[in-house]
Design a protein around this ligand. Structure first.
Ligand code: ADP
Ligand code: MG
Length: 238
């Protein structure tokens, strides 16, 4: 569970070859960060993995199975959106329970899963509140809770902290890293922020114009950037 393999994956929008061809292996339990400048194709790549966009060519293999043509709901992955994607009129409990209700799960089972997620995320005392009665960090945790209850084989995050202030971002980074240590589930995290990449990743994938410039641990990229783009982006002296 939780392994993802991209094999010659490409994406074309009209005339624009946004992703020429990407090969990438993500192992079960890894925390992988896609980093690169705005417009380099990070979100597109994540959406191709999630099945929210169709590939133009190549294969997406999830847990050893060809998922290239599978619907998003069949892939066993959970996309965590920014906290503003919460339903404002619903309580925290119902926001977290929503995907399970949609899937027709019995109420007792839903209640148990919601309490378990709330415990992991320190939201137990906030379940009956509405999103507007929460801090930014708590809202982000609710968005994560909505993904956790589905017990996905991987979590996909697309710049989840970009609308939080600097102090809160540092906090949430730690919380997401701790969550990864607790759950040991594969996480793919998209950011244009080098510091986030360096502090959170087991494996960093540096993207530039839809191509992978380098894949490696933060230390590997820092010590031996393959080229000036990586060196400049990661901020090491080469
Ligand atoms: P990033 O997330 O790294 O900022 P994106 O994946 O959002 O980059 O976008 C990569 C490129 O693909 C950009 O040039 C963007 O304009 C283009 N693009 C993304 N989605 C679409 C779309 N649905 N239609 C046309 N072009 C798109
Ligand atoms: Mg993006």
């Amino acid at each position: 569970m939780g392994s993802i393999s991209l094999q010659k994956v490409s994406k074309v929008f009209g005339e624009a070859k946004v992703i020429p061809s990407i090969d990438l292996d993500i192992n079960n339990g890894e925390f992988v960060v896609f980093v690169g400048p705005s417009g380099c194709g990070k979100s597109t790549l994540l959406r191709l993995i999630a099945g929210l966009e169709d590939v133009s060519g190549g294969k997406v293999v999830i847990d050893g199975k060809d998922a290239t043509d599978a619907a998003p709901s069949e892939r066993g992955l959970a996309m965590v959106f920014q906290s503003y994607a919460l339903y404002p009129h619903m309580s925290v409990r119902n926001n977290i329970a929503f995907p399970l209700k949609m899937a027709g799960m019995p109420k007792e089972e839903i209640d148990k899963k919601v309490s378990d997620a709330a415990r992991v995320l320190n939201l137990t005392d906030y379940l009956e509140r509405k999103p507007r009665q929460l801090s930014g960090g708590q809202r982000q945790r609710v968005a994560i809770g909505r993904a956790i209850v589905r017990q996905p084989s991987a979590f996909l995050f697309d710049e989840p902290l970009s609308n939080l202030d600097a102090a809160l971002r540092v906090n949430m980074r730690l919380e997401i890293s701790e969550l990864h240590q607790q759950l040991k589930t594969t996480m793919i995290y998209v950011t244009h922020d080098q510091v986030e990449a360096m502090t959170m990743a087991d494996k960093i994938v540096v993207l530039n114009r839809g191509n992978i410039e380098q894949v490696g641990s933060p230390l590997e990229l820092y010590r031996s950037p393959r080229n000036l783009f990586v060196a400049g982006f990661i901020g090491s002296p080469k």
